[in-house]
Write a protein that binds this ligand. Sequence first.
Ligand SMILES: *Cc1c(COP(=O)(O)O)cnc(C)c1O
Length: 361
Amino acid sequence: MQTYEIGLVPGPVSVPPELRAVYQINYGSADLEDEFLRLYQRCETHLGKILATRNRVVIKTGEGMIALWSGLKSVLRPGDKVLAVANGVFGYGIGDMASQIGMEVEVVDFGYDDVPDPQQVREAAQRFRPQLVTAVHCETPSGTLASLEEIGAICREVDALFYVDFVSSGGGVEVRVDDWYIDLGLLGSQKVLSLPPDLAMVTVSERAWEAVEEVAYVGYDSLAPWKTVAKDGHFPYTHNWHGMAGLLMATRLILNEGLAVAFRRHADVAAYCRGRMQAMGIELYPVSEEICSPTVTAAKIPVGWSWENLDQELRVRGLVVGGSYGPLAGKVFRIGHMGSQAKRELVEGGMDILEEVLNSK
Ligand SMILES: *Cc1c(COP(=O)(O)O)cnc(C)c1O
């Protein structure tokens, strides 16, 4: 397997040694030991602090996508109305997923390089009257970060549930689940938490649990069996003890650092990365710098380069970064500075290589 000295892919991110160490241990059976239930409860408490919520946080085996499917399928019945607020690959993709499982979907369309305008969302929500509104906090393929509080308030105005993908922001940027009226908040282990793609997390509000009970969806990805697991320890399948031990350590690292300090570290590294790129004459992809995410920087591929050539030249010098997806493939490249990769020295090393490559032509 090829490895690189400097890994700046926007997920999965590098797993640091202190988290890798947790995977070297032989644990007992998650089905049999009370110790596992206590571990689960502690992880839930830590996540509640990081995401500013008193809601239950369901922690499942899988990765980010299972949280996305789980949230949709557990609270909707075919024919229900979903308003998909879309400003990037994941926002449009969530709308497509809801269509595929039989929902009536309307998309509030903001393109790929901007963030949602709450007034347009309000107009659409008041007219369409959805059961569920979906949005994405950090659109990883575009490098943007949306404001969610006003959209959350709109969901309450029209009595819709608010479903938010914060897979690539949670832990690295302030996320306030309760203050932003988020009913279903979605997170994966392989982004800011810097673990392997092992776990999916879903914050579930009381309103969302009511919908879960009413819909009573049955399936591997259903939220229904998780309502009481943190109390009774009746997990619907053998859980991933290694992943959960990693999650305890990952969340502890963030809380010990201090949330404000961790958020500042991400913001500072991101500002540094943008500054270096702009100094090289590279154009950022989002319409303005204010909406750039502290966890990932997306920029236009420099003139005279194709993504393939750039990627190849960077790899030769030991740097691996991300391309992008969907309509952005071949146009945008990305630097992932989240979690273990939100380090000034690491990004500095990466930017030095990028500069050297651009100057070599
Ligand atoms: C990474 C990511 C996901 C989950 O995708 P995976 O296939 O689990 O990596 C979902 N939403 C966003 C915004 C992401 O960045």
